[in-house]
Design a protein around this ligand. Structure first.
Ligand code: NAP
Length: 306
C-alpha cells in the first residue's frame, strides 16, 4: 500500500516525485511506456530555467530522477494497463503487478504523433522535431519543413519563419483542418511555401541528420525532393489517457480535465503535465503542474488521515 503513486516519469511525474518524496510520502513512480517522457526524445534544451548554456533533454530527466530517488522515491518499470479509481484505496494494475494507493497523480503525458517513416524516431534531435518552441532556434537561417494541415502546423510554420530561411508547409491534402484565420496568416507569410497535396515518403538523412525530404503528390503521383535541415512533424498529439476512459472526465480529444490546479472529478486523484495540457506543453509548465499535484496530494492525505 502506497500513500502516493505517480503514473509517468516525464518532467511532471518526476517533479511530483521530488515534492512527494520530500514530504516523506515515499511515492512510487510507474515509469510508463516512454520512461522520461518527451524530454528523453529530444537533444538540447535551452529554455528550461537554470541552465544558461542549455542541457541535453535526457540529462535533465536523469537529474530529476536522481533528485527524486535521493529523497526516497521508488521507481518501477511497466506501463499501466488498468485502474480502479471507483473507491479508495485506488488499484493500479501494470501488467502482472497490482498496486494500491491512497492518492494518485496521473502524469502520463502525451505522445506527439509521428508519420511512421523509417528512421524518423531515431532522427528526433537530429533534424526531426515535434516541438517548434523547443527547437526552432536551432534552425536559424536554414530551410525547414512543417508537416500537417491543422492549427498546430499553421502556428508552427509562422513561428518557425522567425528563424528559418524558408518554411515548406507540407500537407497531404489541398484542404486543411486549420481555422481560416490561421491558414490566411500562414499564406500571407512570405517565408512560408505551401506544398500540397504531398505526402512525405522519406526523410533523407544519409549521414544521420536531416538533409531533405522525398514527397509524393497524392493526385498526380509525381515525386518531389526538397533539401532541408529540419522537419517539424505537427500532426497532433495523443494524451496517454486511454486507461481512464469512462473513469475520469476528459475532453473530446482525451485530455484529462483538471480543476482548481490539479484536482479531478475524483477526490484523491490528481493530474499534471501534458495529459491535461494541450496548450502550453512545455517542460517547465509540466514541472510546475507536477509540483502542484504533489502539494494537492499531500494536503488531501493530511485531511484524510486514518
Ligand atoms: P489536428 O487538428 O488533428 O490536425 C492534424 C493534421 O495532421 C491534419 O491536417 C491531418 O491531416 C494531419 N495528419 C494526421 N496524421 C497524419 C499522417 N499520418 N500523415 C500526414 N498528415 C497527418 O491537430 P493539431 O493541429 O495539433 O490541433 C489539435 C487541436 O488543437 C485542434 O483542435 C486545434 O484547433 C487546436 N489548436 C489550436 C491552436 C490555436 O488556436 N492557436 C493551435 C494549435 C492547436 P488530414 O486533415 O488529412 O487528416
Amino acid at each position: 500500500m502506497y500513500s502516493v503513486i505517480i503514473i509517468g516519469s516525464g518532467c511532471a511525474g518526476l517533479t511530483a516525485a521530488i515534492y512527494a518524496a520530500r514530504a516523506n510520502l515515499k511515492p512510487l513512480v510507474l515509469d510508463g511506456h516512454e520512461p522520461g517522457g518527451q524530454l528523453s526524445l529530444t537533444t538540447h534544451v535551452e529554455n528550461f530555467p537554470g541552465f544558461p548554456d542549455g542541457i541535453m533533454g535526457p540529462e535533465l530527466i536523469e537529474n530529476m530522477r536522481k533528485q527524486a530517488q535521493k529523497f526516497g522515491a521508488e521507481f518501477k518499470a511497466g506501463a499501466v494497463t488498468e485502474v480502479d479509481v471507483s473507491k479508495r484505496p485506488f488499484k493500479i494494475i501494470a501488467g502482472k503487478n497490482t498496486y494500491e494507493t491512497e492518492a494518485l497523480i496521473i502524469a502520463a503525458g502525451a505522445s506527439a504523433r509521428l508519420l511512421g517513416l523509417k528512421g524518423e524516431r531515431e532522427l528526433i534531435g537530429h533534424g526531426v522535431s515535434t516541438c517548434a518552441t523547443c527547437d526552432g532556434y536551432f534552425f536559424r537561417g536554414k530551410p525547414i519543413a512543417v508537416v500537417g494541415g491543422g492549427d498546430s502546423a499553421m502556428e508552427e510554420a509562422n513561428f518557425l519563419s522567425r528563424y528559418a530561411s524558408e518554411v515548406y508547409l507540407v500537407h497531404r491534402r489541398n484542404e486543411f483542418r486549420a481555422s481560416k484565420i490561421m491558414i490566411d496568416r500562414a499564406k500571407a507569410n512570405p517565408k512560408v511555401e505551401f506544398v500540397t497535396p504531398f505526402a512525405v515518403e522519406e526523410i533523407v538523412a544519409p549521414e544521420g541528420h536531416v538533409e531533405g525530404m522525398r514527397l509524393r503528390n497524392q493526385q498526380t503521383k509525381e515525386t518531389r525532393e526538397i533539401a532541408l535541415h529540419g522537419v517539424f512533424v505537427a500532426i497532433g498529439h495523443d494524451p496517454n489517457s486511454i486507461v481512464f476512459k469512462g473513469k475520469l472526465e476528459m475532453d473530446s480529444n482525451g485530455y484529462l480535465l483538471a480543476k482548481h490546479g490539479s484536482l479531478t472529478s475524483i477526490p484523491g486523484v490528481f493530474v499534471a503535465g501534458d495529459v491535461q495540457d494541450h496548450r502550453y506543453r512545455q517542460a517547465v509548465t509540466a514541472a510546475g503542474s507536477g509540483c502542484m499535484a504533489a502539494i494537492d496530494a499531500e494536503k488531501f492525505l493530511e485531511e484524510h488521515k486514518h
